[in-house]
Design a protein around this ligand. Structure first.
Ligand code: FES
Length: 84
């Protein structure tokens, strides 16, 4: 099980965190990954100084643009999906 945390703190909210969460939920549905990915939200990850929405995938931290959530998901999970 891989955990994804999306920051919904004030700065990330303004940068489109809601869209990121929605996109990730859609992607999990589309790819039937409910058993493999756990999507959570969290408050400020202290990454506000970086542009984009703060996201962690397992132990890795990322800052992604809200309109890049789909591409991000595909790039991160392409390898993992093939391993499942
Ligand atoms: S509000 Fe998202 S990292 Fe601070």
């Amino acid at each position: 099980m891989t955990e994804i945390d999306v920051c919904i703190g004030s700065a990330c909210h303004i940068r489109g965190a809601y869209n990121v969460v929605q996109t990730f939920q859609q992607m999990i549905e589309e790819k039937s990954l409910h058993g493999e990915i756990e999507l959570k939200t969290t408050f400020c990850m202290r990454e506000c100084h970086n542009p984009g929405v703060a996201v962690t995938v397992g132990e890795m931290k990322y800052n992604i643009p809200a309109d890049g959530a789909r591409d991000f998901f595909n790039s991160i999970f392409q390898v993992k999906i093939h391993r499942l």
